[in-house]
Design a binder for this molecule. Structure first.
Ligand code: PLP
Length: 447
């Protein structure tokens, strides 16, 4: 007898009792999903979708990896939970393995249940370490939906939550395609963005600033890859003013950019790295902060005033250990890098040649976005129709993908191409073929 609940029951329970994230509860009708495997998931009608979203850019190892499931089952049979004050083998092993792949000098890990809590605690550490209170973060960023993390967020998700936490100041990061600095090329963008950051610090008061928090590669706000020299410049500015550099790698880390940590690509060492998602592909909730020796030493004699009942949960940590072992043994990081260089990048470049609506293609690894425009002036193809309802051009593009069996990640005027790191080259090509067809819908709005 199947243990699977009927589609009608799933819908009925969901509509009656589940309160969904970020949604007007009366205006949604979530699609019931029955099962998943590898790069695909299925709805109850048996329709199969190629997952170009990785479930909020999370499931780097793919759906239902049998070795990861077995490792969780093995741990569950032995020890499901033990509170953080005890030492635990899987907690220690996960922390050691993360420190081994982190930049040199970052050797301790504070575990959380996800990305927002990781950023909350990184900010707390920076404040206590420096004795200063302000945090600088960028516009066009997302750092989570808890109090300080949503305040640090630099996109409209913050607005309805305000006022929340105090002490956050926003600045502009580089974005060559729509340069806030009117720069003509990447090196000018980098140079002007750094000058703007320095000016912001000087006018805010260097002695008041605890941390600069930024996404190494900006995720939901458009896959913005930093131009050459930018991250090294931020590091130099932090050193000059005694500011803690927090790299948010919740989305960009653990293989997504074809590196363990995205920042490895630029050879820059931040003071704190926040992670979640790809560390165990969300098979169980897990996130954390990787901490420099210098900041960790602040709390050698003085207690760290923060904690979580589930910090370093053995089941979640066992899944991180297994996931990292699988990554190493199956060469998943290298595969993700090669997919970006040989398949996704060139494939999207061909789509840009063909479709006038594709304004820009950018990314690396399995972390890409195409920006859709409606004219040569780069006017964004926004997701709203003339009446302001969310049923406009971008929804039509997304629906054209879904009808053809491709589940995309769309945000504002962009389609993000973010499949699992384990997706095969042929699966990616199948997805790009569907995207190619769907983009004719976007071309129809181009004038
Ligand atoms: N930071 C970044 C860069 C993210 O993309 C996200 C989530 O998408 C978060 C933080 C928040 O993570 P969580 O949803 O696990 O709290």
């Amino acid at each position: 007898m199947s243990s699977v609940t009927s589609e009608e029951q799933v819908r009925a329970d969901d509509r009656a009792h589940v309160f969904h994230s970020w949604s007007a509860q009366g205006l949604i009708n979530p699609l019931p999903i029955e099962k998943a495997e590898g790069s695909y998931f299925w709805d109850y009608s048996g329709k199969k979708y190629l997952d170009f979203s990785s479930q909020l850019v999370n499931i780097n190892i793919g759906h239902q990896h049998p070795r990861l499931i077995a490792a969780i089952q093995e741990q569950a049979a032995r020890l499901c939970t033990i509170q953080p004050a005890f030492a635990n083998d899987k907690r220690g092993e996960a922390a050691r393995m993360i420190a081994e792949v982190a930049p040199e000098g970052l050797n301790k890990v504070f575990f959380t249940n996800g990305g927002a809590e990781a950023n909350e605690n990184a900010i707390r550490m920076a404040r206590l370490h420096t004795g200063r209170h302000k945090v600088l973060s960028t516009y066009r960023s997302y750092h989570g939906s808890t109090a300080t993390a949503i305040t640090a967020t630099g996109d409209p998700r913050r607005w309805p939550n305000e006022p929340v936490a105090v002490g956050v100041v926003h600045f502009w990061g580089p974005y060559p395609y729509r340069s806030p600095f009117f720069a003509e090329d990447e090196s000018q963008e980098s140079e002007r963005a750094l000058r703007h950051l320095r000016d912001t610090i000087v006018f805010e008061g260097p002695g008041t600033i605890a941390a600069i928090l930024l996404e190494t590669v900006v995720g939901t706000n458009g896959i913005l890859v930093p131009p050459p020299g930018y991250l090294a410049g931020v590091r130099a500015i932090c050193d000059e003013f005694g500011i803690v550099f927090i790299a948010d790698e919740v989305m960009a880390g653990f293989g997504r950019c074809g590196e363990w940590f995205a920042i490895d690509k630029w050879g820059v060492t931040p003071d704190l790295i926040t992670f979640a998602k790809g560390v165990n592909s969300g098979y169980l909730p897990l996130g954390g902060v990787v901490i420099s020796d210098e900041i960790a030493a602040t709390f050698d004699e003085r207690p760290f005033p923060g904690g979580l009942t589930y910090s370093g949960h053995p089941l979640a940590c066992a899944s991180a250990v297994a996931s990292m072992q699988i990554f190493k043994e199956e060469g998943i990081i290298e595969h993700a890098r090669a997919l970006g260089e040989d398949v996704i990048g060139p494939g999207l470049a061909r789509l840009k040649e063909k479709h006038p609506s594709v304004g820009e293609v950018r990314g690396l690894g399995v972390f890409w976005a195409i920006e859709l425009v409606r004219d040569a002036a780069r006017t964004p193809l926004v997701p709203f129709n003339a009446a302001g309802a969310a049923a406009g051009p971008m929804n039509e593009v997304a629906n054209a993908c879904k009808e053809r069996g491709l589940w995309p990640f769309t945000h504002f005027n962009r389609v993000h191409v973010v499949p699992p790191c384990t997706t095969s080259a042929d699966e990616v090509r199948d997805g790009l073929t569907i995207l190619d067809e769907a983009l004719t819908v976007a071309d129809g709005f181009y004038t």
